[in-house]
Design a binder for this molecule. Structure first.
Ligand code: FAD
Ligand code: MLT
Ligand code: ZN
Length: 475
């Protein structure tokens, strides 16, 4: 890697300025800082400069310049990622390319059920635009006010409606991408069928800024749900929740949108750390679920869910349930669920595991993982929650707030090995929705087969010949 020496940096900055103008460049140290620290405040780096192109053509010119000068580029959207993928290293040599000025909604086509947006458009804006034409964009994350569509695509984000609508990958039809050498791949096709060779779109989705800059996307829109019913459930064990999931699915079919899980200790943490939330049920429960069903027609949806849950209580499968009686009641349930990220940041330093397993395997996995974690850390504060309907758990361990960087790194290595070994033994994935970034790069190398890793490396070398795209991340 060639670093920008102080002697050449001003000239390089001038060249960038000539492309993006004064408004597109952030050079002062204190103004760069928000781009150099991640949302979790876990990673801090130092970029040489932050460049904010306003058009795809400007992105292409910036990439051409960086490629010729062999200057590494760190793509960044809303900077809400959970794996350190958007934070530069501390060399002061990497250019942060922020997409936050790529904000245009290029087209909304309700007849084709598509929306075409630029990468820096916040997720919440896409939801609003869809709503404006009586359509629905289903991707939904706790960070939706800040995260961008480009970041969602680059991480293949999941969230709370994957059960019905799939991951971001399932919601994208076409992409526009600037390659590391500055060429533009114009793949903005709004097609549901296109078998013209290798799927380049799926190659860039989930590539975490290591293959190119996603500058725009065509996304799928769906019919807008007219009715929703939301419930909060308490029960004694995970086995019961998994069986409840199957029952609710049988009863509600694909009207089931979300089935989120919080353990008793995870709920406790939220109640302690987040203002204006309260337990929806009387008394403590070992496990909780937030269940939501939705439909384009309201044909007794709430009654259907209520019947299903009443039967589950009657059969002794669950202990208690509350159905939201109003919009504000429903939002109060979601406020609890979405409070978990902030609650962890406030309470300590989390060793995070973002894992996926077959849903049927989860109860015995969790039992084994809790035993294994306590085997190496007897008083571990396990914070287990996640998207149970997708088999995706955030099986985290919370360390004290004053834990030193060394202690956190030590605990991370120890607990990752214990938990990830069990995940892989049980046919699971060590990265369900947050991506690899810098957090799990060593873990990826540890667990990927030689064939898979070699194929990934071959693609990386073919597309990013000078290795300038987000070095130190993913691969
Ligand atoms: P950034 O953080 O800026 O970047 C993430 C990665 O994508 C980096 O590797 C970066 O280099 C790359 N990148 C960004 N933009 C581009 C681009 N245009 N082209 C190429 N590469 C790019 N994630 C989930 O999956 N599910 C959740 O439920 C969820 N909940 C969250 C709740 C909270 C409160 C927070 C803070 C985060 C949550 N996240 C969740 C994580 C995060 O919001 C997602 O990963 C999101 O997709 C990141 O988008 P971003 O725009 O912030 O990307
Ligand atoms: C969630 O499910 O709430 C998110 O993935 C965020 C997190 O893990 O903190
Ligand atoms: Zn999640």
């Amino acid at each position: 890697m060639t670093s920008a020496t102080p002697a050449v940096r001003p000239r390089f900055e001038d060249k960038l300025r000539a492309i993006v103008g004064e408004a597109g460049l952030v050079t002062a140290g204190d103004e760069r800082e928000p781009y150099e620290i991640d949302w979790l405040r876990k990673w801090r780096g130092r970029g040489s400069v932050v460049v904010r192109p306003g058009t795809t053509e400007e992105v292409a010119q910036v990439m051409r310049l960086c490629n010729e000068a062999r200057i590494p580029v760190v793509p960044q959207g809303g900077n809400t990622g959970m794996s350190g993928g958007a934070t530069p290293d501390d060399s002061g040599a990497q250019v942060i390319l922020s997409t936050t000025r790529l904000r245009a909604v290029r087209e909304v086509d309700p007849l084709n059920n598509t929306i075409t947006v630029e990468a820096g458009v916040p997720l919440a804006r896409v939801q609003e635009e869809a709503d404006g034409v009586n359509r629905f964009f289903p991707l939904s994350l706790g960070s939706e006010g800040s995260c961008t569509i480009g970041g969602n695509l680059a991480t293949n984000a999941g969230g709370i409606a994957v059960l019905k609508y799939g991951n971001t990958r399932d919601l994208a039809l076409g992409l526009e991408v600037v390659l590391p050498d500055g060429r533009i791949w114009r793949g903005l096709r709004g097609l549901r069928k296109d078998n013209t060779g290798y799927d380049l779109r799926d190659l860039f989705i989930g590539s975490e800024g290591t293959l190119g800059i996603i500058t725009a996307a065509v996304l799928k829109l769906f019919p807008k749900p007219a009715a929703r019913a939301t419930a909060w459930v308490g029960c004694a064990g995970l086995e019961q929740l998994v069986r409840l999931l199957a029952r609710v699915r049988d009863a509600c079919g694909d009207r089931l949108v979300a089935f989120e899980m919080l353990t008793g200790p995870s709920l406790r943490l939220i109640l302690d750390q987040v203002a204006d939330v309260r337990n929806p049920l009387e008394g403590p429960h070992a496990y909780h679920a937030l269940i939501e069903v939705a439909d384009t027609r309201d044909e007794g949806l709430a009654a259907l869910l209520e019947r299903s849950l009443a039967q589950a209580v009657g059969d002794g499968l669950i202990d208690d349930a509350a159905i939201a009686s109003s919009l504000s009641h429903r939002l109060s349930f979601w406020k609890i669920r979405e409070g978990i990220s902030q609650a962890q940041v406030r309470a300590g330093k989390a060793v995070k595991h973002d894992i996926a397993l077959p849903v049927s395997v989860l109860p015995r996995f969790v039992e084994a993982a809790e035993t294994a974690v306590r085997g190496v850390m007897p008083h571990a504060h396990i914070v287990n929650f996640g998207h149970l309907g997708d088999g995706n758990l955030h099986f985290n361990v919370l360390l004290p707030k004053n834990a030193s960087a060394g202690k956190v790194a030590e605990a991370n290595a120890l607990l990752n090995r214990v938990v990830h070994d069990l995940v892989v033994e049980n046919g699971g994935s060590i990265s369900a929705e947050h991506g690899i970034g810098q957090l799990r790069r060593d873990e990826l190398r540890h667990y990927k087969s030689a064939v898979e890793f070699d194929l990934m490396m071959t693609l990386k070398q073919a597309i990013d010949r000078n290795q300038i795209m987000n070095p130190g991340k993913l691969i």
